[in-house]
Design a protein around this ligand. Sequence first.
Ligand SMILES: [Zn+2]
Length: 179
Amino acid sequence: MIPEKFSESKIISRLEWDAIPVPIGKPYFPHVPNKVIIHHYGFPSDKPNFKISKSFKGHASIRELQRDDIKELGLIDIKFHYIISPTGAIYEGRPSQYIGKHIPGYDNGAIGILVYGNYNVETLTFVVKEAIVWLLLHLRYKHGLELPKDLYGHCCKALTTCPGYNLNAYIQKLKAGRP
Ligand SMILES: [Zn+2]
């Protein structure tokens, strides 16, 4: 049972941001979530200002992410389960009960959260921190995850600077119980 304070109603649904529906005949695969992996949008490294916070354009930016994942990467849907905007809004991505496509080798069981921005060059704002904490609590109730124990930055599982130095430092603070 999810307490009212942490209910889905705070999350911008696929219907609200006008997601492309998954085509019939391309099924999702169910999984049992057991961890949360946080990402940022900090690549390619030769374009440090690519998709930084100030380039965020609301629902249109989420549609653009989904379109790129489907059309350019050939995926059935957006890679991530949730996207946190620079304004602290939380968007529903791929439904969390289905396997995402954000961390090769670890996707099964991994809830993927994209924090929009480049946290190698940007610092985290209060509203973004607040949205991360709220979403982790929501996921704790929704999927029974042990958080912050089951929380990781992408770089814990792969050789990458994702989710950016500043966001990764915040994750380490959360894991140490000092939000
Ligand atoms: Zn990543």
